[in-house]
Design a protein around this ligand. Sequence first.
Ligand SMILES: Cc1ncc(COP(=O)(O)OP(=O)(O)O)c(N)n1
Ligand SMILES: Cc1ncsc1CCOP(=O)(O)O
Ligand SMILES: [Mg+2]
Length: 506
Amino acid sequence: MPTSKKKPVLWTISGSDCSGGAGIAADIKTGFSLAVEVCTLITANTVQNSQQVLSINPVNIDVLQQQVDALLPDKPPNVIKIGQVANSYQLNWLSLTLIKLKQQVADLTVIYDPVGQASVGGYLSSLTRAELLSLLTLVDIITPNLQEARTLTGLSSQASEQALATAICQLGAKACIIKGGHSQKHTCDDYCLDTGFHYIPQATEHSISYRLSSHRYHTSHSHGGGCSFASALGAFISQGYLLRDAFTLTKAFINQGLSVYQGEESYYGAFEQQGWPREAEYFPKVIPDAETKLTAPFASLGTGRQDDKKLGLYPVIDSLAWLERLLPLGLEIIQLRIKNTDPATLEQIIIDAVKLARSYNTRLFINDHWQLAIKHGAYGVHLGQEDLHSANLAQIQESGLRLGISTHGCYEFLRAQQLKPSYLAIGAIFATQTKDMTGQIQGLDNLSRLLALATDIPVVAIGGINLERAAKVWQTGVDSMAVVTAITLAAEPEQAVNRFRQLMAG
Ligand SMILES: Cc1ncc(COP(=O)(O)OP(=O)(O)O)c(N)n1
Ligand SMILES: Cc1ncsc1CCOP(=O)(O)O
Ligand SMILES: [Mg+2]
């Protein structure tokens, strides 16, 4: 997340809609609404109203080039959003310009919303499919609706979103979001395939996908919703969000805007940009992947978010010696997080730890080693996102163990909520030396925003929390703070524990 007051910069290379709904107008309103600066490179001065497109009027590429030259040294883009490209002169110019800009601007993201047909009827571009395809190798994320995806791929209406997105990524885009707003379904489902934008392909997996579903809003105030989707996505990406979170936030932003005027009427109004989406009701449901098996809720910790009693301090330690030292202080909860120990030693430590924690009546969570946690009757097990793939959640649930799950951002938070764990952890709040959390630092603002999405499941904050920062974290209303080095590397660990607890009691 940015710390300076300078806002991220989004360039929109799109047409002007004189009726104020779509194109440049939508991008400016979206950028203003989401705190990014928007620079406008207008490709066409269209004449249109809510009924039809009357003329296109492309802008000369000399003017567009002058705008690039003027803006580049002054307001270089973090994200470029491309909408209407009116003719082949513009397309050729754009391809050459993007190649140069990608060399000159570090971490530039290019988003393309392939508008061909206007929602009010009529065509916005004279480009052929073959010409449009030449742009795709320069595009990071493309955001077609179902019809646009079919036009780009030549696939039939029977092709799944997955098949459409795969075909589009094979044409060159790194990631593709297929918007389901125009489908016949009673829900509005969007599908995102990432083949290498924020996802580093591993030897066994070549892509990752996300599927989000929302209630369908019936409104006539949706003109420019598609343009706003792409510019909102750009706004969130420019603010440092990973694609999965930017996608989720964008869908919430669109739902929030569509919810303003309900009901269908003859008047076709502009989409309403309503600012940063904060309320849970606008956030989509994450559709779990095929491997995720939902179970009954996990046993509770006996204290939910709605309860007055909070969990308090959650020390995370890596040895029996630390347990022996900290348990006499009378903790509510503690975690044993052991990495790289031989299996026999590990099992004996877990046996001893369970016994010791029971004698102090402290809830002991075992990190990672869920089979041993079940076998030796620990209070609970903590699993990260990768651990979830290999763990048998049904077995943990049936054994009566509590489950804590790590999450990093709104997509994982909403997905993990569906597993109904005993608590959810959010991290890393700050930079930490304990674990590599590159690209996953949440900050306090994001922590507060995630807490607004919380249900009754208690929420634990973790990562870089020390005594100086703890008060601000605690003020967000989180139920517990998990701490490693602020205790284990403290000159006087018992004193550090007590100071944390005083702060949390106040
Ligand atoms: C309370 C709490 N939150 C997060 C973690 C991290 O779990 P995970 O992502 O699986 O990483 P490792 O700890 O296994 O390295 C945690 N342990 N506890
Ligand atoms: C295990 C873990 N998961 C997210 S951040 C983190 C490390 C927290 O350690 P510290 O409290 O020393 O920053
Ligand atoms: Mg783990």
